[in-house]
Ligand binder design. Structure first.
Ligand code: SF4
Length: 365
């Protein structure tokens, strides 16, 4: 297979195969990938514009009994620093978010065995209906846990959550969708088929989701492509239902080994590798409307570079938690900063909500 044939195919808007993606990984230069990814990016999004969202990363509990080996966040229920957020704390976070023009919460927790089904329903309803916050919430492993305790099945669980105000589902916990890798890093977490089942159920009940990939955890290039193929096939099925449920975006980031059992034992990935992966994902996932730059993980500069490797979205402003001054809560990166990052990279910034609809008063500048 020649690289030129793959180039011709992408340029002609033909879908590439897994073998052709493999060829891009092996043979294409960084600049060639930038060029091809930009062609596909511009078919899916405005060529000159890059979006961002102002939302807040809220972890409602850090108690989790899944014990993924790479996770430095989870705690046992009896740990001194374990917590479950109270509604009044969530309300305060919602007020602060809205005060700076924010629209939603990325709401995720550990899988806390002490929480009841009613807790989740109240949590979503309170944020959505009382606080006016878009709830982009719960990774598949949390949904599976809820389905276990309520007996409603995956679709029943998601439909009920949607009815009380759940807006969309983040695709967290995908890591690498290959069972041999998942077994190594999170043996107690669900397998590939279970993760896919939750996303399938979410799309079936008309929920938007995102698709993710955490790479750099000993997987091969071929396994990365297998992961992308699962997402692409699932998006084909979702779009064919025409019920409003589908993947809005793909987000990839490298595994961070600090504070985990893998520290010092694993090959650290590079920024160049990130740019190659994100560009190939943009080319391969031809049915995904948006690709997010992971500037929070990769840093501002690589985050800006990613906009020239297929990304059309800068992701979240990421309101900083726990940074408190005597005058109140402070925020690490503000709107001006993220807009400056986008502008310096050569694009016009625009604010979106959690499902890529423009926020009217500042949609264009
Ligand atoms: S399920 Fe999530 S919170 Fe729990 S250990 Fe795994 S990564 Fe951490």
């Amino acid at each position: 297979m020649s690289l030129k044939a793959v180039f011709d195919k992408v340029t002609a808007n033909d879908r590439i195969t897994t073998e052709e993606a493999q060829c891009l990984f092996k043979e294409a230069s960084l600049l060639e990938l930038s060029k091809l990814a930009t062609i596909v990016r511009n078919r899916n999004a405005h060529a000159k514009r890059v979006s961002y969202v102002i939302d807040r990363n809220v972890n409602y509990t850090n108690v989790c009994d899944i014990h993924c080996t790479f996770c430095a966040f989870h705690r046992n229920a009896n740990a001194a620093d374990s917590y479950v957020l109270e509604l009044n704390e969530l309300k305060q976070k919602a007020i602060e978010t809205k005060e700076i023009g924010g629209t939603g919460f990325l709401l995720q927790g550990g899988v806390n065995p002490e929480l009841s089904w009613d807790y989740y329903l109240n949590l979503v309803s309170f944020l959505s209906n009382n606080c006016g916050i878009w709830v982009h919430g719960f990774s598949p492993v949390e949904i599976q846990h809820m389905a276990k305790i309520n007996g409603l099945g995956l679709e029943g669980t998601l439909k009920t959550l949607k009815d009380v105000g759940l807006g969309s589902l983040p695709g967290g916990g995908a890591e690498i969708l290959v069972d041999s890798i998942r077994q190594k890093i999170s043996p107690h977490k669900s397998g590939t088929a279970d993760w896919v089942d939750v996303m399938e159920a979410a799309h079936s009940v008309g929920l938007y989701t995102t698709g993710t990939m955490m790479y750099g955890i000993t997987e091969t290039t071929f396994e990365r492509i297998e992961h992308l193929l699962i997402l692409r096939n699932q998006q084909d099925r979702a779009l064919s239902r025409k019920n409003g449920g589908y993947y809005t975006a793909f987000i990839a980031w490298p595994f961070q080994s600090g504070n985990t059992v893998f520290k010092g034992k694993i090959h650290e990935t590079t920024d160049v590798e990130y740019l190659r992966i994100i560009a190939i994902a943009r080319i391969f996932l031809d049915n995904f409307p948006h690709i997010q730059s992971s500037w929070v993980t990769m840093g501002h500069k690589t985050g800006q570079m990613a906009l020239h490797y297929g990304c059309d979205d800068m992701g979240s402003l990421m309101i900083e938690e726990n940074v408190v001054s005597s005058a109140g809560t402070a925020y690490k990166v503000n709107r001006e900063e993220i807009e400056r990052m986008i502008g310096q990279a050569g694009f016009e910034p625009w604010q979106r909500d959690n499902v890529y609809k423009p926020i009217p008063h500042i949609a264009t500048r």
